[in-house]
Design a protein around this ligand. Structure first.
Ligand SMILES: *Cc1c(COP(=O)(O)O)cnc(C)c1O
Length: 412
């Protein structure tokens, strides 16, 4: 890893007994909260009509991509699916799960404390009234982000009437900053990396009693929001007739930044399926903070810069040098393994998926395809899910540039 080379790491602690910090009841509570907010989300974002105001993405089998990978040298036993969080409504990325959940949780707390809602059985569409919006305008939401978390928090906060400030690291793409500003969100830019943007945002928010900071490095609510993906995925697998049991293991591959999204999804899936689901994280060779934290056992105490890596990558959603300690402690016995990927491969996978299936994903999401190699010894009865974590908000011009970049040359 020090040499910036690609590695595969099998977690020797996977399956070890040990305490699990969150209960099933806490995940159920998060699911119920999202259900309570569904009528309001439907009102604010009519594009969620098909799912009744729940923000959820399709699960699609991608046999032509499986064939393309085979041509490139990766013969994957079993079926291959894409979880299309790249098309999640509102935020266009997996951050629509954790980020939006945390904004809604805080909104419910405020609304109940100040009488905007009588109780949790009240009509939540009342929160879209001009009076409610004016009330939320007295409050502020802040977050540090490499881009997508900022978009989920900024877009949802602005839609509810909050003032919102997103502290962006140097890695954040210009179009993400422009989109946020167009929604009335304040974007503060930092020359430094993601950790610096978070640190400054946290400090600025702490000085203002009306401000709430979404803390990507330490947030239980973000984690629980991501974890709600699991039961919804199970329902999708059921309806596609895909069994998950000892004879039919499920392999899941998720791109990883600070660890929250892949960690929360993994946590939820392991609670449901136990050892019959195998979860693998994908990270850039220059920013493998979770792999490093897990394999050294040092968690957030070690950064990729400590081993001489730059932390810089075109996978902007994964450009994180230090993992979340909260997440790594929660999942250190659950993650099956990690794979790191060089940046040059990202447009290749991105382009291959576009050519094979007509589906667009952003570079960060493409990283997950590289981790598929860790499932190459799966049985023929296995199902594999590549978690496509972002893409739909990428502007057309940027998209065309990305797809012109690469042509299919094979998986390895
Ligand atoms: C944020 C993000 C991830 C990883 O999520 P973390 O919680 O930072 O680990 C993966 N892919 C995309 C597109 C993202 O925006």
């Amino acid at each position: 890893m020090r040499a910036g080379e690609e590695i595969c790491w099998v977690n020797p602690r996977c399956g070890e007994p040990g305490p699990l910090p969150y209960t099933d009841a806490e995940i159920t509570d998060a699911e119920n909260r999202l259900r309570r907010f569904a009528p309001l989300i439907l009102r604010l974002f009519p594009e969620t009509a098909a799912t009744g105001g729940l923000i959820e993405s399709p699960l699609t089998e991608i046999p032509r991509m499986r064939a393309a990978l085979r041509e490139g040298g990766l013969a994957l036993p079993g079926r291959l699916f894409l979880k299309r969080d790249s098309e999640l409504a509102v935020a266009g990325s997996v951050k629509a799960r954790g980020g939006i959940y945390e904004v809604l949780k805080h909104t419910e707390d405020l609304a109940l404390a100040h009488g905007l809602l009588r109780d949790t059985a009240d009509d939540y569409t009342r929160l879209a009234s001009p009076a409610a919006r004016a009330f939320f305008g007295n409050y502020k939401m802040q977050v540090g982000s490499t881009g997508n978390l900022g978009m989920s928090i900024g877009i949802m906060s602005a839609a509810l009437g909050y003032r919102a400030t997103v502290h962006m690291s140097a890695d954040a793409k210009d179009w993400k900053k422009a989109l946020l500003r167009s929604r009335g969100v304040t974007v503060t830019e930092y020359a430094g990396d993601y950790a610096k943007a978070v640190k400054n945002g946290r400090a600025e928010s702490a000085m203002d009693p009306a401000s709430y900071f979404v803390d990507d490095e330490n947030s239980k609510d973000l984690f629980l929001g991501y974890a709600t993906a699991a039961r919804r995925l199970k329902a999708q697998l059921d309806s596609l007739g895909v069994a998950v049991d000892e004879a039919h293991p499920l392999y899941v591959y998720i791109p990883c930044g600070v660890g929250g999204a892949p960690g929360g999804v993994t946590y939820g899936l392991k609670r449901l399926f136990g050892e019959n689901v195998r979860c693998f994280f994908a990270e850039p060779t220059m920013a493998p903070c979770v792999t490093l934290g897990l394999l050294t056992g040092e968690f957030e105490k070690i950064s990729v810069q400590d081993i001489g890596l730059s932390g810089k990558t075109q996978a902007d959603g994964l450009a994180v040098g230090r993992c979340s300690g909260l997440v790594c402690r929660a999942v250190c016995r659950l993650v099956n393994g990690c794979a790191t990927v060089r940046d040059e491969r990202l447009p290749v996978y991105q382009n291959a998926l576009w050519c094979a299936e007509g589906l667009f994903i952003e570079p960060s999401a493409a990283a997950a395809f590289h981790a598929l190699a860790m499932g190459a010894a799966a049985p023929e009865t296995a199902a594999h899910i590549v978690w496509a974590t972002g893409g739909s908000l990428v502007p057309d011009a940027v998209r065309r540039g990305m797809l012109a970049d690469a042509h299919w040359e094979g998986a390895r």
